[in-house]
Design a protein around this ligand. Structure first.
Ligand code: DGL
Length: 271
């Protein structure tokens, strides 16, 4: 592994492409190998054992692709498998999407924070525990917003009346109507960040992972002298995209998250 090797990024599906997009913008010299474990989507309703198992298989695959660092671009896998991955691969820089966001929240003047995410992420209490450890005075309210991933995956979030009805259903009453900060604890949610900000009349600070994690990755790679010395990646063809299941609409959905059309290769793991 050296500085010119690619960065491995993974999620259960296309949501992690929001993080991959932020990385490619901030670090245009870096090549990305992205893995979407669409065969097992959603991770957010699976057992911890299953999520750990998927995360190990994907990391193995990305390391075989010579990745110099791994970004767990999924809150659910970050909540459940991050510590186990670090233990298993002590020499590989592995970055989650939770710690950098917690850090960003705790340096802001927030008194009441809300956290929304998948059921597994919220049930794990990982945000609550990490936020409390860093800022014991913070009031933390967490909520599993299970219907948001499916409507985003289906592109139904573009039907504003549907999206706002759901947002209102989840966030319309106290304590969520009164928070001064909200963590989007799922890498699918950046796609509806603007609508959530609008719902709060731009008075609540909304934190999402992509740019915060990309900055964190840059700092970490720089500290390890692992920033690429390659020329800028001009074409998305220089990145590689894999998915463990491909439907006819998969690449269309991926475009929503990555901002550009990309070609996915089918790769079943363990075969
Ligand atoms: N993108 C995943 C996350 O950040 C959620 C999607 C899923 O449930 O698989 O948690």
């Amino acid at each position: 592994m050296n500085a010119n090797c690619p960065i491995g990024v993974f999620d259960s599906g296309t949501g992690g492409l929001t993080v991959a997009k932020a990385i490619s913008r901030l670090l245009p010299n870096e090549q990305i190998v992205y893995f979407a474990d669409s065969d097992h989507l959603p991770f957010g309703d699976k057992s911890h054992a299953a999520i750990k198992n998927y995360s190990f298989n994907i990391t193995e695959f990305l390391l075989q692709k010579n990745c110099k660092a791994i970004v767990v671009a999924c809150n659910t896998a970050s909540a459940v498998a991050f510590e186990a991955l670090k233990k298993q691969y002590p020499n590989v820089p592995i970055i989650d999407v939770i710690d950098p966001v917690v850090q960003a929240v705790t340096v802001n003047e927030i008194d009441k924070i809300g956290v929304i995410g998948t059921k597994v992420t919220i049930d794990s209490k990982v945000y609550e525990n990490k936020l409390k450890a860093a800022r014991p005075d913070l009031e933390i309210n967490s909520l599993a917003t299970r219907s948001l991933v499916p409507i985003i995956e289906e592109g139904l979030h573009k039907k504003k009346h549907l999206l706002f009805a759901l947002i209102d259903n989840y966030l319309g009453d106290p304590p969520f109507s009164e928070v001064d900060g909200l963590i989007l604890g799922c890498t699918h949610y950046p796609l509806i960040k603007e609508e959530i900000e609008h719902y709060y009349n731009n008075k609540t600070k909304v934190f999402d992972a992509p740019s915060i994690v990309a900055e964190h990755l840059k700092t970490k790679l720089a500290a390890l002298d692992l920033l690429s010395k390659n020329a800028s990646i001009a074409d998305t063809k220089d990145h590689q995209f894999f998915a463990s299941d491909l439907t006819s609409t998969f690449e269309e959905t991926a475009k929503l998250f990555f901002g550009k059309m990309v070609e996915f290769n089918l790769k079943k793991l363990g075969e």
